[in-house]
Design a protein around this ligand. Sequence first.
Ligand code: FAD
Length: 481
Amino acid sequence: MTSSRTVGVIGAGPAGLTAAYDLARQGVQVEVFEAGAKVGGMAGSFPLWGQMVDYGPHRFFSTDDRVNRVWREVIGDEYDMVDRLTRIYYRRTFFDYPLKALNALKGLGLVEAFRCVGSYGWQRLFPDKDESTFEGWVSNRFGKRLFSIFFKSYSEKLWGISCRDLDADFAAQRIKRFSLSEAIKTALLGARTVRHKTLVDQFAYPVGGSGDLYDTMARRLRDAGGRLHLSTPVRRVTFDADGRPRIELPSGEVRPFDHVISSMPLTALVAGLNPPAEVAACAARLRYRNTILAYLEIEGTGLFPDQWIYVHSPDLRTGRITNFRNWVPSLCGKSPNSIVCLEYWCNDDDALWSTADGDIAALARREMAATGLTGGAPILNAHIVRVGKSYPVYGHGYRQNLAPVEAFLSGFPRLHAIGRYGAFKYNNQDHSILMGVLAAENIMAATEGAAPRHDLWLVNTDTDYQEAARVTDTGLEKTTG
Ligand SMILES: Cc1cc2nc3c(=O)[nH]c(=O)nc-3n(C[C@H](O)[C@H](O)[C@H](O)COP(=O)(O)OP(=O)(O)OC[C@H]3O[C@@H](n4cnc5c(N)ncnc54)[C@H](O)[C@@H]3O)c2cc1C
């Protein structure tokens, strides 16, 4: 009955691929167009120096049953549980991440700890009136001094703008309902008596790397009759006189579908639709940030125990260092060495984005040595990867620009924009997978003549971030026996 329905999907990252997988298994004719040579998007994996690596750290975690159903169904038993350790590195000292009050204050030393608590007390008496900015939101919960140590430098490295120009949405999404007083309460009373436990102690991770999930999904999609075109970028989406969407390829070939799901950058999708001038202007004000990943192969193992470290030290340009040796042993093959990945964030017009690979590799080698984390072990190799538009920038007031774009796209009921850059949402994999599931449900409803069941623009806007739940809530643990 549904096999006469056709759906074109743009992008084979977590969002697009999940939607395609779900639809194909329900008998819909699905065709996926992926610009890259492989699936998984930013959550893919690739081989390097005899090991497997991801594009920076990729911990999967969700408390949503629909997301976990997809994950478990696809990965089966091919995963391991990882004991999570992630810390903050600040001026040669390590701090727990997520922050723990006593640990943070102890690491800062007595004098600085008193200053921080004093600054927090002052902030409680005289709070920032504007909580719509990242700085105001965090300062009111932690005080200015802790804000400047633990939030300011990292956030400004990541986003490339002052924390006063960063929207509070970013904070509310990641550190909801957490404050210094609650952190102290947690420390003193123990985790059991306080509801918002911030540390997810374990996470499930595919034995072949984050991208294993998407490689398997792609195989199942094909088995279910779906078609997947790699190295096939979509130029734009157009509509015929009856409002049916068409996918236009760079060759000029035009492919009609009943529905199109797009996870290509929202700004590019909108530009191709010839929007009214005011919508075009709003879309043009939506900014993305790029990531440069510098992979280093370092002789030996045991460099540091964390899966990744947040680098808050303002004197280092890198913002995060991943150690792939500490994920699952199956990633490392027979290699006796460690692969670490240093992340650098920049805009299209920053000098770093156009700096030669060799110079970025030299910077990464210097900074890695400067952390002291190599213990003097030789750095054997370097490899640079650039990921464009990796972060939608929640600049202060960005919603005012996003809202007209959403309203414009809502006028095309057969076009469904999903995904991280696809819907301009600061998604993790789970949010993008959920968007894929819900887009598929909306299309299935449409094939039965029903109204859409879900407003996709609302996914990942409720700010109920899952850092605050325990892994035992996910249903992802391996059962014994
Ligand atoms: C450094 C880093 C660390 C991260 N860490 C984590 C983490 O720990 N946990 C977590 O869950 N998530 C993490 N993420 C986020 C995660 O990678 C994304 O949430 C997820 O990949 C988003 O999936 P998506 O399908 O929305 O977008 P993408 O993964 O970006 O996929 C979009 C796909 O569309 C394709 N495409 C783009 N334009 C076109 C076009 N015109 N035509 C055809 N195809 C096109 C792209 O090639 C890409 O394959 C991290 C991301 C980064 C960059």
